[in-house]
Design a protein around this ligand. Structure first.
Ligand code: DAK
Length: 259
């Protein structure tokens, strides 16, 4: 499909979606969110994609929801917009493949909320990260008040959401919000290396791990442990565990994705 605000590239099992509205620092308009939703459906339907990377063109990852568009909102439009963003970003959490946010610059407001919905966040050292909605008299509306605290804890989340302060990539890494910080010129290479590593692992084991970890946020421990035991058992009926164990015992590298 042709997109106005996205560049989509697929190669060797990896799909890169670059948000491409650089003149507005990739701010998320309703149209752009609709395109993201379509692109995410395309990725889900395409069995040949094993890892998804999301990034931005120009100097921003995404500088937030489109503030200009929000100007005319009443409560009904605001709620619809919030639900639209939550639905679209939620698709990344439910996606059966790993998703990497390559944070190449500003990741503010809805931009950080997009990154929070990814499984891995790699940031370039010039990235600025924050949830500044409070400075607009708002609160984050695409999941930020709920998801940030689960990643960095309630104290840090309150600091970021209630003060609206932007933090550097280095600080974001220090508090566990991003997994890694790299030089801007190395971002693509580092993300490619992570994607290649993920593509070398078993697809079923990876999707199971992602599902279990995401589910842990909503489950009592006993229920989560029970689910883990059943998922662990199920993996023994597939080829990946056979291959992984055989490869270990015969001192060779496993080949999970043959054929
Ligand atoms: N929306 C619309 N346009 C934006 C934008 C944004 N978030 N961020 C930047 N732009 C536009 C600028 O207006 C400017 O457009 P022109 O004036 O050239 O037409 C262009 O991008 C370049 O921006 P600057 O000239 O400002 O560039 P600088 O390098 O000087 O500054 C900056 C970069 C990122 C520091 C600055 O642009 C900035 O502070 N931007 C706003 C960041 C921000 O506050 N982001 C959070 C947005 S609020 C909800 C649902 C969702 C949300 C909340 C509630 N419910 C429905 C309840 C989510 C809210 C947000 O994400």
């Amino acid at each position: 499909m042709e997109y106005r605000y996205l560049k989509v590239e697929k190669k060797d099992g990896k799909c890169v979606i670059a948000i491409n509205r650089p003149e507005k620092l990739n701010a998320l308009s309703g149209e752009l969110l609709k395109e993201l939703e379509c692109a995410f459906y395309e990725v889900c339907d395409d069995g040949s994609t094993g890892v998804l990377v999301i990034t931005g063109t120009g100097k921003a990852f995404v500088a937030g929801a489109d503030i200009g568009e929000m100007k005319g909102f009443g409560s009904i439009e605001a709620e619809q917009y919030s639900l639209q963003g939550q639905r679209v970003f939620g698709m990344l959490e439910k996606m059966e493949i790993p998703v990497i946010a390559a944070i190449n610059g500003y990741a503010l407001g809805g931009g950080l909320e997009l990154a929070l919905s990814c499984d891995f966040r790699i940031a370039s050292e010039n990235a600025m990260i924050g949830l500044p909605e409070i400075t607009l008299g708002l609160v984050p509306g695409f999941g930020g008040t709920q998801k940030l605290a689960r990643i960095v804890g309630i104290a840090r989340a309150k600091q970021m959401v209630m003060l609206g302060e932007r933090i550097s990539a280095a600080e974001a890494c220090h508090i566990g919000l991003v997994h890694r910080v790299v030089k801007a010129e190395d971002l693509e290479k580092e993300v490619d290396a992570l994607a290649a590593k993920l593509l070398g692992l078993g697809r079923v084991a990876l999707k199971t791990a992602k599902y279990l970890i995401n589910a842990s946020a909503d489950l009592p421990l006993a229920e989560g442990l029970n689910m883990e035991a059943r998922a662990f058992a199920l993996l023994f009926s597939g080829n990946e565990a056979k291959e992984g164990i055989e490869a270990f015992l015969s001192k060779r590298k496993p080949e999970f994705r043959r054929g």
